[in-house]
Design a protein around this ligand. Structure first.
Ligand code: SF4
Length: 188
């Protein structure tokens, strides 16, 4: 019988747990009963790719009733061999964590409070402010009279939880505006 690396690790992990618990006099049947209650029990395994950088570590996503319940590194994939960095390891929480923002929050100048705003209001505000600032500060030519078409008073800082594809779209949008200063956490 042949085992994949992942199946081997699962069996080895279960075996080690039972041996360890057994040697301490713990009822191993109870341990097995507990393991059956784990949140990935019966979940569908979907192999996917971590979206956060160009290393492209492979992950296994566990899906139950159409919802993501857990993720882990894929031990069978040669690039990451089951390992994930902190961002990849926190992938599940990006979708399921209660602290995840799902609506725009706005803090007015000099205010110490965040207000919940609609997407329409937020996008209108961003568009208006970007347009005004760009019109005011756009540089057509440099000191030598050479055409540069750039904005030097904008800076775009990308979140570490933007995916590769989101970063590509953001980068193109910023370049289209003439923004030359930008940075992002995932520069691997
Ligand atoms: S962010 Fe981390 S886990 Fe994700 S692909 Fe890059 S190195 Fe791998």
């Amino acid at each position: 019988m042949r085992f994949s690396r992942r199946q081997f690790l699962k069996l080895a992990g279960a075996g080690a747990m039972c041996l360890t618990l057994g040697s301490f006099g713990v009822n191993v049947d109870e341990a097995f009963a507990y393991s059956k209650k784990l949140k990935i029990e019966g979940a569908k395994e979907v192999v996917s790719i971590c979206p956060f950088c160009s290393v492209c570590c492979q992950i296994i996503a566990y899906v139950q009733d159409g919802k993501l319940v857990a993720t882990e590194g894929d031990p069978d994939f040669p690039v990451n061999e089951g390992a994930l960095c902190a961002k990849g390891a926190a992938l599940t929480s990006m979708y399921t964590d209660d602290h995840r923002l799902t609506k725009p929050l706005y803090r007015a100048p000099y205010s110490d409070k965040w207000e919940e705003k609609s997407w329409d209001w937020t996008l209108d505000q961003i568009a208006r402010r970007v347009k005004d600032a760009r019109d005011k500060n756009f540089i057509l030519k440099n000191d030598k009279g050479q055409t540069v078409n750039r904005l030097e008073n904008f800076f775009m800082m990308g979140t570490s939880h933007a995916s590769n594809e989101e970063c590509a779209v953001i980068h193109q949008a910023m370049r289209g505006l003439g923004v030359v200063h930008m940075d992002h956490q995932a520069r691997v």
